[in-house]
Design a protein around this ligand. Sequence first.
Ligand code: XLS
Ligand code: NI
Ligand code: NI
Length: 437
Amino acid sequence: MSNAFKNISKIRYEGSASKNPLAFKHYNPDEIVAGKTMRDHLRFAVVYWHTFRGTGSDPFGAGTMQRPWDDGSNSIKNAQNRVRVAFEFIEKLGAPYYCWHDRDVAPEGKTLSESNKNFDAVAKVLKEEQQRTGIKLLWGTANAFSHPRYAHGASTSCNADVFAYAASQVKKAMEVTHDLGGEGYTFWGGREGYMTLLNTDLKREQEHLAAFLHMAVNYKKKIGFKGQFYIEPKPKEPTKHQYDSDSAACLNFLREHDLLPHFKLNIETNHATLAGHTMQHELEVAGAANALGSIDANTGDELLGWDTDQFPTNIYLTTYTMLSVLRYGGFKTGGVNFDAKVRRESFEPIDLFYAHIGGMDAFARGLKIAAAIRKDGRLAEFVKNRYASWDSGIGAKIESGKVGFKELEAYMLKQGEADANTSGRQEFLENLINEFI
Ligand code: XLS
Ligand code: NI
Ligand code: NI
């Protein structure tokens, strides 16, 4: 067992009056909210990449993070030791889940078989630590974007060999996810897009992406992996345009290529922002198509136009997020995954605790507020009444498909003018939300 955070004991719930920065003020895992424990509603996950591999480097400067347990080498021994530190952290934090990319946990070798061997050697320790702590894998994924071979994309590369390499990498990552009892597997198309259309056969690239995903679906069946597949939308960065640009684009792509039954979406807040949408919009588009699977919880910065991946602390954001999540029946296979990183300036190990505690408390509050709004019922009742004209008369006839243009014209010729509209009451509803914040 590792002892990297020896001055920090298990993070406990102390209630909203507590002034202890290393305690939860709102996340009380055993507390029942809307019929379920907070633990089961929120299903928090810690990401391996930002939290244990993030160096704090940015385009203008080197890494800043102090990670005294890490010897900075690419050795298996260092990777295995890092796993033990990660589980010490996740256990002290009390998050039930974690997520990884293959190359976060184990170093890439000189050949594919060397990389697979490295991965196995580290996965062995992941398994031991999962068994020791009861912490589970929410989802695994493959990093098919960092290595220079993926410069033109992975499954959408112009180079067929790169497609084959990416397929081999995803195959292995799925096997390890399966072996570790992972509850899902995510596809984020890191460079599946284009920088310029001048050199791009868009149709062919998208067909390759679809073929790749069909291969993954087939392989999933073959190995008996029962976890949920997710696509994670993102409009740009690193490429200028990514094919999985937002919820609507993903759904269309999945439908067009007969993949929709096999996938749900993993919605990330900062990606929604980059797409020019709100998180709420992305969740509602996914939810309406019965494809809301999981969320990558983070936030962007209003004044910085890139994927800053900050920890979410905005109570409106978490409230609106949880309102949509509860509306669509809560998380089944997914959860609240903190795809977020501490700022370059927050370089001490203890900042990792402050960041996650803040995010978990913000989501706990969002959950409690959303549950209270639902219990109160006025918001839902307003929306229901707003559509009352569809519940009977001509509205009901339209919805049941009993009338067409001809009947509607006859109806309106008789009536002469449409019934008067009622107010949308946006300000009234915003005030109503504020009653609960
Ligand atoms: C990057 C993505 C990435 C995925 C996993 O912007 O959010 O971290 O979640 O590949
Ligand atoms: Ni993400
Ligand atoms: Ni992201």
